[in-house]
Design a protein around this ligand. Sequence first.
Ligand code: PNW
Length: 462
Amino acid sequence: MTIDKPFPVDFLWGSATSSYQIEGGYLSDGKGPSIWDVFCMIPGKVYNQDHGNIACDHYHRFREDVALMKQLGLKAYRFSISWPRVLPAGRGAVNQAGLDFYNALIDELLQAGIEPWVTLYHWDLPAALEFELHGWLGEGISDAFAEYADLCFQHFGDRVKNWITINEAWVVAILGYGHGVFAPGIQSKDLPYLAGHNLLKAHAKAVDVYRKKYQSQQQGKIGITNNCDWREPLTDSPADRDAAERALEFFLAWFADPIYNGDYPACMRERLGERLPSFSAAEKELIKGSSDFFGLNHYTTMYASDATQNSEAGSVYGNGGLSEDQDVNLSVAPDWPQTAMQWAIVPWGCRKLLQWIEARYNNPPIYITENGCAFDDQLIDGKVADLERIAFFEGYLSAIHEAISSGVNLQGYFIWSLLDNFEWASGYSKKFGITYVEEGTLQRVPKDSAKWYGEVISRNGL
Ligand code: PNW
C-alpha cells in the first residue's frame, strides 16, 4: 500500500468520549447527581426526553470497550472523569468506588498499550455545587475545582501523564449560561462572560496545583481544550475581514489569549466594557502560560460578515442574541455538504484555523482533541457502511496534513467519538461514533469508518 500523506513519526492517533455521554451508572455505587442528570429530567430540554442514566453502560462494559480500542490500534484514548462519581457532593467526602472505577479503567488502558488522556471537566458538574455555589457563576467554584483536580492528580497521576482541565469553556459559557440549551439552562446576555471568567480561573488554579505539587515527580503535561469553528470572511472587504477576525476572537481568543498573552482580546474588552470581568495582576500571572499544549476541538466553518454594514447578508445562526456583542453575521455556502447536525463540511477551514493558531500563539504544540461528524447510520446485516464519515475524515485529515506540511506543530488527533453516545440536547438521535451502539442491547459494532481509521493508524498516514 502506498502512502500519499505520511504523518510525522510519533503522531498520536486517538479517539475521545466523555463520562456523561457514555458511562451510565448514574447513581451506581455512591455516585452523586450532576447538573446533566437533573437537566435531563426537565421536560423539553433534551430530544425525546433522553438521558444518560444508562447511556452506553460503559461503567459496566469498559473492559470490552478497551478491547475494541486495542483492536482498532488506538495509541491514545481521551475520556473524562465524572466529578460527582468521585466527589458525590462536589467537595468533601470521597467515593472510593468512583476512584476504583477510574483506576481499573486506567490500568486496563495501560495494559492494552493505550495512553490515557484525561479531561477533568466535561460538563457534568456535581448538582450540589449548582445549589450551593451557583455553579460556574459562583465565587467559590474555582477553588472547588482545584481541590477536585488535586484529588485526581493524587490518585491517578502516577499513571496518567496527559491532563485536560476543562472541555470547551465556550460551550459551557454560551450554551449553558447564554442560550440555556445545555445545563444548567440559564439564558442571559451577561452571565456567559462571568462563567467564562470563573472557568479560566478554575483551569489556572488546577494547573497551579499540578505544577507545584505533582508535575516534577509525575512528569506529565497539563492543558486546556477549547473549541472553535473557522470563520471565513464572506467577501474580501476590510469590514468583512475584520468581522471574521472579531468572530474568532470572541470564540477562541476569549479563552486562549488570557492563557497565552495574559488577558482577554482588546476587541472584547472594548466592546463589552464592564460586562467583561477583569483579572487582577496576580490572576493574570497565574493564567498566563498555564497550558503545556493547545487543545483544540474543531467541527465546522461559517462565513462571517460585518453586521453593521451588511445586515441583509443572510445570517443563519450566530452566537444568539449574544452576536450583537460582535456585530457579526454568520452564513454558509449553499454548496457546502452538511452532517446530520447541519454543520457544514469544510476541511480547508480546519487548515486555516490551525494556521491562525500557529500565527497568533507563536506555534504552540497543538492536539486536536475532537473532530468528527454525525450521520444517520444504519445497521444492515451486521454492518454499518458509513462512507460519508470516511469521506469526512479523509477530507479533514488531508487538510491537517497540509497544515503540518506548512509548519503547524500538530502532534495528535482524536476522533469524536469512539462510540455512538448521548449527544447532549439531541439525545441519542445524533450518532458521532465510529462504533455503532445498538439501541436496547447496547451491542457494539465497529462501523466501516473504524476499520478505515485502524488502517490509517497502522500505516501512519493516508
Ligand atoms: C462537543 N456548538 O460539543 C463536545 O465536546 C462533545 O461532548 C460533543 O458530543 C461533540 O462536540 C459533538 O457535538 C459541542 O454548538 C457542542 O458549537 C456544541 C457545539 C460545539 C461543540
